[in-house]
Ligand binder design. Structure first.
Ligand code: G
Ligand code: G
Ligand code: NA
Ligand code: MN
Length: 253
């Protein structure tokens, strides 16, 4: 069986699962938002990384139904947490460039929100710079999503090209600093200056700013000193199944 046919069957078999990683508010330590990250638990191969199967799903366009399935699953989970009475902010879902380029994308998001009953303000879509191979269509799409009340994050910031144009032209809510920058903060004064500059720029643009891949207290201390708003990383938690989120991060209501 090829990975592709395997992937088609995997969702049906329940081998595809969504893990959730907390987004921590720096300063208060509050956890009110999560990023959904897909996992494939293959019966024979074990855990297959999305780094391996997402590109394949993109090539075959399987990412369009798979991505919609992931969105549906994540919205359903977040709605359930809200219905339990938790005070929450949003669920972040990664959207691949191939998904975003599909003319049916905005309608598929509307459909998922209708089906799950999740209010648009609780949904945050994570896009990378690669989403905008075609800015003439991508930017109006983003405005349409924003008009519905959905939030937009620019993911993996700093790893692509023309980042500054995107910051200016995209209707963004959040900038996510790629983990490669956070992991080298303490390697040299230059690395530190780059992170300092990205945070400063995001604050000046009135964007919410999230540091990804925070693993050590000293990385966090630095982010506190630069007034970065939020972080994700192993220091708080790796991405985990939904039941671990409720036991570790929610107060009884
Ligand atoms: O969680 P992890 O580090 O294994 O994720 C690896 C890569 O896979 C990351 O770049 C992440 O953005 C991507 N990824 C994880 N989940 C999804 C998803 O649901 N949709 C898309 N398009 N990409 C995802
Ligand atoms: O590309 P994107 O930013 O969506 O993917 C985030 C990736 O980073 C996921 O694969 C997630 O599992 C991983 N990740 C999350 N926190 C940490 C961390 O603290 N350290 C490392 N090395 N990876 C992390
Ligand atoms: Na992401
Ligand atoms: Mn990222």
């Amino acid at each position: 069986m090829t990975l592709e046919t395997g992937l088609r069957k995997a969702a049906a078999l329940g081998e595809i699962e969504i893990y959730y990683q907390p987004q921590v508010v720096i300063g208060t330590g509050d956890v009110k938002s999560f990023e959904a990250l897909v996992r494939w638990n293959h019966r024979e191969l074990g855990v297959v990384s999305p780094l391996d199967f997402i590109p394949l799903a993109e090539e075959t366009k399987l990412i369009i139904p798979l991505g919609k399935w992931i969105l549906h699953k994540a919205c359903t989970q977040f709605k359930a947490w809200l219905d339990e009475g938790h005070d929450l902010c949003h669920i972040s879902v990664n959207i691949s460039a191939v998904q975003f380029d599909d003319p049916g994308f905005v309608d598929s998001v509307k459909q998922v929100l209708n089906e799950t009953g999740l209010e648009p303000r609780y949904l945050d879509l994570e896009l990378t710079e690669s989403v905008v191979q075609n800015p003439q269509t991508a930017i109006p799409f983003m405005h349409e999503l924003k008009a519905m009340g959905i939030k937009i994050s620019l993911d993996d910031f700093g790893t692509g090209y023309s980042s500054l144009n995107y910051l200016k032209d995209f209707p963004l809510d959040t900038l996510k600093i790629d983990k490669s920058f956070i992991q080298t903060i303490h390697q040299s004064p230059k690395d530190m200056a780059v992170v300092d500059t990205i945070i400063h720029m995001a604050l000046n643009l009135n964007l919410n700013v999230i540091a990804e891949g925070v693993e050590t207290p000293s990385q966090l201390d630095y982010l506190v000193s630069r007034k970065c708003h939020q972080y994700q990383g192993y220091l708080c938690s790796a991405p985990v199944p939904h039941d671990q989120i409720s036991t570790r991060f929610f107060q009884p209501v």
